[in-house]
Design a binder for this molecule. Structure first.
Ligand code: ADP
Ligand code: ZN
Length: 752
């Protein structure tokens, strides 16, 4: 060998030995990305397979300076050790064919993790949840490497067959390869281990049709046109803004925001519509198809793996133009997001209450800010948070004053249950029953609403006073007579309905106390034997198809008395429904919940909005024991604005949200003593200072949940004091035990 070529070779060798440090965020609760090495630099957002301990998992190449992009208050501490390159493990390989996780989504993940005080990897896990998960799950296939085969490779006949089968430009799944080659999946994995086959994301199979902004344009009323135009202006600006679209149910808010959506389509943008899970209905989809000619892509928690993967990839590649989904759709890797719409923005179900706790509505606003897109918040009864932002000029406001086509908002009246209540053991007052008779006789439909599943919320022994309770929770067992079970509504516990009292063994002494929808249905069947009754509850409607069938029966007039829980309140449009009876309007007002009044008002307003949506006027009757409560007064006077002003006036002086900030610490442990001890230590070390207040610890209203004893501490600050740095320092001051879990809930919605 000549001297020259020798030098050349060593340079080449050096080159090939060159190592690059890579930050990789993995879906695990570390405080930040981990460092790996790679023989080539990889762009942030690249999805890679890395070793972790004895496992191999999928991660995402992260920006080295991710911390610096966050506001200083929010930056998590730098706690990871810095290792020499030589000590770092190499990444295994790039998941080929997987799109880059866009920068805006990476910043969103960082921001959300800092805001909610969750590890960034736990937030990334939401993005990586199904579609491209590592290993041999569906969604990944194999491609032949382009490198020359190693000399050591033993080419058995079955290996040869696999290599032949795999020489295609498109990746193929394990099943496909094994069918074509006749070799087992072990052979395929063996070749992968040798680096002959590379794991690669399969191409999506569904091709998403493009919604057509001009497919069927709606002729808008003047009022609607004005709002639509202004929303379209926001879309055209292509910059961040928030607009509240407010209007009574039936005023055509959906039609109006469809115009903004059409405008964004015209601009070749992607659009995300967030709906509360319960409102993701066939009716909404049909309206979308009627307006835009095709169905939108859907995203929610029970999608099949295949659809999830396709929507995920479609969002990243830009094939998917419109996604309508539940809150987790915020974590889709949109390529070109240009509009975010949050319908029913006041809904408390936008709050994720397990795992990473975040408010979908608030995070939608951050998501839009990071891609410089406008947001439209839609509601008939906007939350106080949103109204305060409107008042302070941060959000714009569009109002639709009237129901479309001259329909009137129904007249709401009260039935005083203290005076005009039904006989003992019954729950439908004579006045309400007469009105139902009247509606049914006229050939119209009526609806009874009770936001409680099952037959009875409490079962008590007449002989000894014993109450049937969940063995794992501080909660009564709810009788579900149709299923023959007693169930806890806070955990999965269920048991058969007992025949005798478990305490005193008295027979036939157990009596149900209070109603659930099943009991109302029983009463209605006895009282209205002629009626065609349909019952709708979230636990009896087993599937979207079952819901669609129920809706069809109502729409086509096959039934005339509908009895249901929350599911009947949502967005439905039944023109022949003229009477809504609320069985227990007071339900929901109890308990120490900050927003109990606001939420009850919103729910009752929404369910009221089901009546009189067509030509015939509607009526609503509220059965209540507390008729002079501000919620009831606001509803019967149809003066929600006044009610919200009263709410604001109540919350302002104490700096309750939205006029201050709130976070909850939930301390839970299987050992009550430990829960108490850590709670006390947290209280002793609580942050102090002007504008900072700590409330608690107190036992949570559900003091025992799934066998865990729970204590709660609330931290409340003035608006100008960020909670996150206070909490971070606070938790660092207190040494907790492995047997105690401290959950931080920023902006809590549930106080259970
Ligand atoms: P909201 O979302 O405010 O409750 P919707 O958008 O559901 O109101 O509208 C209520 C009903 O009125 C729907 O059936 C809708 O199709 C109809 N509607 C509203 N605006 C128009 C319009 N401009 N032209 C025709 N139908 C309309
Ligand atoms: Zn339970």
């Amino acid at each position: 060998m000549t001297g020259k070529s020798l030098i050349k070779q060593t340079v080449a060798q050096k080159e090939s030995e060159k190592k690059f440090r890579l930050s990789v965020l993995v879906p695990r609760p570390f405080s930040g990305p981990l460092d790996y090495v790679c023989s080539q630099p990889l762009a942030p957002g690249t999805i890679v397979q890395v070793p972790l301990g004895r496992k191999e998992i999928m991660g995402c190449v992260w920006d080295a300076d991710w911390r610096d992009v966050l506001p200083p208050d929010f930056r998590p501490a730098r706690s990871q050790k810095f290792f020499d390159l030589a000590r770092l493990k190499p990444i295994l390989h790039v998941i080929e064919g997987a799109p880059i996780v866009p920068e805006s989504l990476r910043r969103f993940i960082d921001w959300l993790s800092a805001y909610t005080l969750n590890a960034p990897g736990q937030v990334l896990a939401i993005t990586l949840r199904v579609p491209l998960s590592g290993g041999m799950r569906p969604g990944l296939g194999w491609l032949l490497t382009k490198e020359p085969f190693p000399a050591t490779l033993r080419l058995t006949p079955s290996r040869r067959a696999v290599i032949e089968a795999a020489s295609s430009v498109e990746p193929q799944s394990t099943v496909e390869l094994s069918e074509k080659s006749g070799a087992s999946s072990a052979v395929i994995r063996g070749l992968a281990a040798q680096g002959i086959l590379k794991e690669t994301a399969l191409k999506p199979e569904i091709s998403f049709k493009k919604p057509d902004p001009f497919f069927h344009e709606t002729l808008l009323s003047e009022d609607q046109k004005r709002s639509a135009q202004s929303l379209c202006e926001r879309v055209k600006e292509q910059k961040f803004s928030v607009t509240l679209l407010e209007g009574v149910t039936g005023s055509g808010k959906t039609e109006v925001y469809f115009e903004a959506l059409a405008k964004a389509l015209e601009q070749q943008k992607q659009i995300l519509v967030l709906l509360p899970e319960i409102a993701l209905t066939a009716q909404w989809m049909e309206r979308f198809s009627a307006r835009f000619g095709v169905e939108p892509a859907i995203w929610h928690s029970d999608l099949g793996v295949k659809t999830r993967r396709e929507v995920w990839l479609g969002a990243a590649l830009g094939d998917v133009r419109v996604v309508v989904g539940a809150r987790s759709a915020l974590f889709l890797p949109f390529d070109n997001l240009g509009l975010v719409i949050v319908d029913e923005e006041h809904e408390s179900t936008f709050k994720q209450e397990e795992g990473v706790l975040y408010n979908g509505r608030d995070m939608a606003i951050m998501r839009a800010r990071l891609v410089s897109a406008p947001v439209i918040l839609v509601s008939a009864t906007p939350s106080l948070e949103t109204l305060a932002n409107v008042e302070q000029g941060r959000y714009q406001h569009e109002i639709l004053q009237t129901r479309h086509g001259g329909a009137q908002f129904p007249e709401i009246s009260l039935i005083d249950m203290k005076k005009d209540g039904p006989d003992r053991g019954l729950f439908l007052s004579p006045l309400l029953c007469e009105s139902i008779d009247h509606s049914l006789n006229k050939g119209e439909q009526a609806m009874l609403f009770l936001n409680r599943r099952g037959y009875a919320p409490l079962t008590i022994c007449r002989a000894c006073g014993y109450r049937l309770q969940c063995p794992h929770c501080t909660a009564w067992l709810v009788e579900h007579r149709a299923r023959g079970r007693m169930s806890c509504h806070y955990c999965e516990y269920t048991q058969p309905i007992p025949h005798e009292c478990p305490e005193c063994q008295a027979e036939t002494s157990l009596v149900p106390v209070g109603p659930g929808v099943e009991r109302i249905e029983e009463e209605a069947r006895a009282r209205f034997p002629e009626a065609k009754i349909l019952s709708m509850a979230s636990d009896t409607l087993s599937s979207p198809a079952a819901t669609a069938e129920a809706v069809r029966k109502i729409s086509e007039g096959e039934v005339n008395l509908i009895i249901g829980t929350q599911v009947v309140a949502k967005g439905w449009h039944f023109p022949n429904l003229t009477l809504v009876g609320v069985v227990d309007a007071d339900l929901g007002l109890g308990g120490g919940d900050l927003r109990a009044g606001e939420r009850t008002m919103q729910l009752l307003h929404q369910v009221s909005g089901r009546a009189g949506r067509g030509e015939k006027p509607g009526r609503v009757m509220l059965q209540s024991y507390v008729g002079d409560h501000p919620v009831m007064q606001a509803l019967i006077d149809n003066d929600i604005e006044r009610f919200m002003q009263q709410e604001a006036a109540q919350r302002k002086p104490g700096f309750w949200p939205p006029y201050g900030r709130l976070a909850a610490l939930i301390i839970s442990s299987a050992q009550e003593r430990l829960a108490d001890q850590i709670s006390r230590e947290l209280a002793l070390n609580a942050p102090q200072g002007e504008g900072i207040q700590v409330l608690g610890p107190t036992p949570a209203p559900i003091a025992v949940l799934r066998g865990q004893h729970r204590r709660r501490i609330l931290l409340r600050t003035r608006r100008n004091i960020a909670l996150q740095p206070l909490i971070r320092l606070w938790l660092e001051r207190v040494k907790t035990s492995r047997d105690v879990k401290v959950t931080v809930d920023i902006d809590p919605v549930s106080f259970l």
